[in-house]
Design a protein around this ligand. Structure first.
Ligand code: SF4
Length: 330
């Protein structure tokens, strides 16, 4: 079946079965174009939780589908591919506990630790954070959540992205350390788990130097999952949605080099837009989802085989919901 036929069959099945399809900004064009709604991870979870259709096909990575299920447990959420975010996979409940233990051994007891997890984490990690009275954050609201959390006078344990933690700490004039790197966590305000995004690690200061030498007036735009030294040299650092907004406001004659996922950059604008890397920064797991996968998922719903459905235990969901909801309350 070619792509045009696949698309027609997908649309027919989707309408017949009352299914909504959502896609993250990093999805391939062929999948992205099919979606009823496209957005970043938080926008997708919020849109999907309010959507009236009982079935949702989520084109993204696992933690995103889980976020919908946490917010709207009655909804049946399916992933065309069980694709995992590499960063989210760097931590599970056991690793979380082991890092809390390291902090305890360094002289910081549980009652002095307030955890914050980036939304790019599994439901079980969000649940651990919820149990300890902590918050979920996104890259656009991390500063606000950390500001609130600091009022507790506790140490902030930030998981899983060390770069986001370090970048926000720097912006706020706070001290960050990476847990287990040999430094004393008692001397830092934000204690970061040693996780990272393999895609955003691709951007280097050398790439910025290259573009600035080639085009002296170029603007450099990066995501806060990039290394701190890269963000330091950027003209603008923002979340996926903030980057879209920023670039949309630039005059078309303004050259811009962007350090984030490739599929999103190429949809932004054609003129004067450069990828801040000589290596194509595609998110490999986001790119796993194909039209055929979407079609097969719809077929499994029709035939009541219900493949790749997101399942979370009610106990995990309730604790994870607490951490997510504390973010919404702010
Ligand atoms: Fe995860 Fe990085 Fe891919 Fe985003 S780009 S889904 S953080 S691996």
């Amino acid at each position: 079946m070619n792509n045009t036929e696949l698309k027609e069959r997908i649309i027919t099945l989707k309408n017949e079965l009352h299914v909504s399809i959502v896609a993250h900004f990093y999805q391939k064009d062929e999948v992205f174009d099919l979606a009823d709604f496209a957005g970043d991870s938080l926008q997708l979870a919020q849109w999907a939780a309010l959507d009236k259709n009982p079935f949702l096909v989520f084109c993204g990575v696992g933690f995103m589908g889980q976020s919908v299920k946490i917010l709207a447990p009655e909804k049946r959420v399916f992933m065309p591919k069980i694709a995992c975010c590499a960063m989210a996979r760097m931590i599970d409940a056991d690793y979380f506990d082991a890092n809390v233990q390291l902090l305890n051994e360094a002289g910081i007891p549980n009652e002095n630790i307030l955890p914050i997890t980036y939304i790019n984490s599994s439901a079980e990690v969000k649940a651990r954070v919820g149990m300890m009275g902590g918050y979920v954050c996104t890259s656009s609201n991390a500063k606000k959540i950390i500001t609130q959390a600091l009022k507790s006078n506790k140490k902030i344990m930030f998981v899983p992205d060390r770069c986001l933690g370090q970048n926000i700490a720097k912006e706020m004039g706070l001290k960050a350390c990476v847990i287990g790197d040999g430094s004393d966590p008692k001397n830092a305000d934000i204690l970061c788990y040693n996780g990272f995004c393999s895609v955003h690690q691709l951007f280097d200061v050398e790439d910025i130097t290259f573009y600035r030498e080639k085009y002296p007036t170029i603007l450099i735009v990066t995501h806060p999952e990039c290394k701190p030294e890269v963000c330091d040299q950027s003209d603008f650092v923002g979340s996926t949605s903030q980057i879209i907004e920023y670039v949309a406001k630039l005059p078309l004659t303004q050259k811009v080099a962007i350090g984030t996922e490739y599929n999103m950059i190429k949809r932004l604008r054609k003129e004067n837009t450069y990828v801040l890397s000589s290596t194509k920064p595609e998110c490999p797991t986001m790119n796993e989802t194909t039209l055929e996968d979407v079609y097969n998922t719809l077929l499994s719903i029709k035939e009541e085989r219900f493949e790749n459905e997101i399942q979370i235990s009610e106990e995990t969901r309730e604790w994870a919901f607490k951490a997510l909801n504390r973010m919404f309350e702010l």
